[in-house]
Write a protein that binds this ligand. Structure first.
Ligand code: 8YV
Length: 316
């Protein structure tokens, strides 16, 4: 029996690669000496493509696969996938929302607490023998403070529930107000930034949110407030943020994502008022396995029923 040919764009979780190669005739694109030449000759053979939020799917890749019917993405963010071109061609796109909400929200709260209470900085302080000379300086309280959430989708709401457990007052800004939520809506990002002690970026990436957090918004946030980002580096003007952190325009930042991953600017790495994580919000064994299972199930479902299990929404 001939197996369905599945093209793999970029590396995936090892156990997912094993599971996929047991089921499909899996073809890792990066193993080809010339991927472009390979696609010219064999591109028409693939009806399925698997990739990740990190590697994405370019317009050129979609165009080089004339028989493509389904894309399965490892991740919830699809800003690196040309969804418009795929949907115009009737190609279905599966992705992995929901299963990572908890771990991403846990990381968001971890960053928030770390940057306010300076756990990472105080760990460095202790290891450097500084505690022997003087106690660590006082830090900023978290419980009961004001949290402003930018983007109140599934992950934003999961963060809000955790923050409620810290007795935080919560407001949000979103493209649209969500009347089902028990939190106050701020109609502008500027007013949210002015109001809050912690500004949490939980929106999606892509052109619509590019540099939403500008130097003006950082000024509104002010010298006693903190910025946290677990969404995409593109949402923040990173140069403006570095200047704001260097000059004390804001108190600090907790970041899991950057403009040009995995390159993190030296100036940012030098700053003690920034907590910097290497894009690990969803990176627990449990959550990555759940994401891998959904990548697999989306493909199985498509090839059995003609529909992926969880599809990237079509533009409205
Ligand atoms: C991904 C992410 O797992 O889901 C997303 O959009 O950013 C992460 O959770 C990571 O980018 C691997 O593709």
């Amino acid at each position: 029996m001939t197996r369905t040919k599945l093209l793999m764009n970029g590396r995936l979780l090892p156990q997912l690669e094993v599971a996929l190669s047991a089921e499909y005739d899996l073809c890792p694109l990066w193993q080809q000496s010339s991927p472009d030449d390979f696609l010219k000759v064999q591109g028409h053979e693939f009806s399925g493509l698997v990739s990740s939020a990190k590697t994405g799917v370019s317009t050129a890749l979609i165009k080089s696969l004339p028989a493509l019917k389904v894309i399965s993405i490892f991740g919830v963010g699809y800003d690196a996938v040309d969804v418009t071109t795929a949907h115009q061609r009737g190609i279905q796109i599966g992705y992995t929302p929901e299963v990572l909400n908890d771990c991403v929200a846990d990381t968001a709260m971890g960053l928030l607490i770390d940057v306010a209470r300076q756990f990472s900085a105080s760990d460095r302080y202790l290891r450097a023998g500084q505690w022997l000379k003087a106690p660590f300086p006082l830090t900023t309280r978290v419980s009961g403070k004001r949290l402003g959430i930018v983007g109140i989708g599934r992950i934003g709401q999961t963060i809000a529930r955790r923050a409620s457990g810290f007795d935080m007052e919560i407001r949000y800004h979103n493209r649209r107000q969500n009347p089902n939520l028990p939190y106050a809506y701020e109609p502008s990002l500027a007013s949210l930034a002015e109001w809050c002690d912690f500004l949490m970026v939980a929106s999606s990436g892509g052109p619509e949110t590019q540099h939403l957090i500008s130097s003006d918004i950082l000024k509104k946030l002010g010298p006693n407030s903190f910025l946290i980002n677990i969404s995409r580096g593109s949402v923040i003007d990173e140069q403006a943020l570095i200047e704001a952190l260097e000059q004390g325009v804001i108190a600090g930042a907790g970041l899991d994502v950057y403009a040009d991953e995995p390159n993190v600017p030296e100036r940012l790495r030098r700053l003690d008022n920034a907590v910097l994580l290497p894009h690990l919000a969803s990176a627990t064994r449990e959550t990555r396995q759940a994401m891998a299972d959904l990548v697999f199930d989306n493909l199985t479902s498509y090839f059995k029923t003609g529909r992926v299990k969880v599809a990237v929404p079509t533009a409205n």
